[in-house]
Design a protein around this ligand. Structure first.
Ligand code: NAD
Length: 364
């Protein structure tokens, strides 16, 4: 999570920030519903503390839209329909639209069959995957999501020094109270964190990156190559890679995310950029209905008692605390809704610049 925003951050109220982002996507050519959906999703990532997947993405999303890499008003189209399983093509529509549609279909099918498997390919960037697990949780369902990014290679596999994986996130949602949401990239750090470190923000862990000769590195130039202080950062510029998390186990999870979300859906595994610099998310999701499996109340009781027991574990450090997945995000959401969303001044300026360019009135 990106809770370590430097002291000079500007605090923007959640509601005006969401309204500004919505107006930017309206001006960029999305209809009101889609613009609102994208704004809600991006702001939701900031509220959850995942700033690398929040409103900082606005200028890049707008550029992708203008370049035709992502298309407004597209719906996920059914390619194969087997009832309890279906394959959808996102047709390069906004990920926030087509992944939400894939999730809605998974919910509908799991409600009738007890379980459903939904493949989605060719989705525009779907953002924070936890949002789709939360959509399923609201419907009382468990969900598991394997995700990859076709056209993006940033991560070296365990034992290697060359890029072979995308940051391939993995996510599981469980409808307990409060819900359990495990949601992370399978890279040691998100690319957004390398970007922040390159701009003078929080330094990377010493083993986050790997050079072509196998030396471990915390230097963003390993990923970007040489860069000017205020200039752009291009991951294609560096010779090294981000490392997969968790040694051979995390690397193995990244591997299967690529196989399930990329090869099985037909969207393609991580690899060299395909068409005109276009990247696309693939997602294979499994939806499970506890009600169909047996006694839903007994499941919830057992799960919630277990969560409480795990959390009762003696902390490793004085004053520490064991948290369940999803808990840090829930706490930060409450705080940021009340106090505002901290943005780095450069990030806020880039959003304002984007708004002005599109003729969207900006707050004073
Ligand atoms: P992260 O390293 O912050 O890990 C987040 C997960 O760890 C959450 O489940 C959180 O609840 C849990 N967690 C964090 N601190 C904890 C603690 N102290 N105790 C217990 N659990 C804790 O996440 P990340 O790898 O930086 O990923 C950030 C976001 O980026 C995710 O939402 C992911 O979906 C998204 N992402 C998207 C794409 C894409 O292509 N769309 C690619 C990569 C990542």
């Amino acid at each position: 999570m990106d809770t370590d925003i430097p002291g000079e951050a500007v605090l923007i109220g959640a509601a005006p920030l969401e309204a500004l982002v919505r107006d930017i996507f309206l001006a960029a050519g999305c209809d009101a519903e889609e613009a609102g959906r994208i704004a809600r999703h991006l702001l939701g990532a900031n509220l959850a503390g995942h700033d690398s997947h929040g409103v900082a993405r606005v200028p890049r999303y707008v550029e992708w839209k203008e370049a035709g890499h992502v298309l407004a008003g597209r719906n996920a189209a059914i390619v194969t329909d087997g009832g309890a399983f279906a394959l959808l093509d996102g047709q390069f529509g906004f990920g926030q639209t087509v992944a939400a549609q894939a999730t809605a279909l998974g919910i509908e099918r799991a409600r009738s069959h007890g379980a459903a498997v939904i493949g989605l390919r060719n989705a525009g960037h779907i953002g924070r995957v936890g949002a789709y697990a939360e959509q399923a949780i609201e419907a009382g369902l468990i969900s598991v999501h394997f995700v990859n990014v076709a056209g993006s290679t940033l991560v070296a596999p365990f034992g290697g020094t060359e890029r072979r994986f995308s940051t391939a996130p993995f996510c599981v949602g469980v409808p307990t109270a409060p819900p359990v949401v495990l949601d992370f990239a399978t890279s040691r750090v998100a690319e957004g964190k390398v970007l922040v470190a390159s701009q003078g923000g929080k330094p990377l862990p010493p083993d986050a990156l790997i050079e072509p000769d196998g030396r471990l590195s915390a230097d963003p130039r390993t990923l970007y190559g040489p860069y000017e202080k205020a200039g752009p950062r291009n991951p294609a510029g560096g010779a090294g890679a981000i490392r997969a998390f968790g040694e051979h186990k995390g690397s193995g999870l990244a591997f299967v995310c690529e196989l399930l979300a990329g090869a099985l859906t037909g969207g393609g595994c991580s690899g060299p950029v395909r068409e005109r610099g276009r990247i696309a998310n693939g997602m294979l999701s499994v939806f499970l209905s506890p009600r169909h499996f047996g006694d839903e109340a007994a499941f919830r009781r057992a799960a919630e008692e277990y969560v409480a027991w795990v959390k009762s574990c003696r902390p490793a450090e004085p004053g520490g605390e064991v948290l369940a997945p999803g808990e840090p995000e829930a706490r930060l959401r409450a705080k940021r809704l009340a106090e505002g969303v901290p943005l780095q001044p450069d990030t806020w300026e880039s959003i304002l610049r984007c708004a002005r360019r599109l003729g969207v009135p900006t707050p004073a």
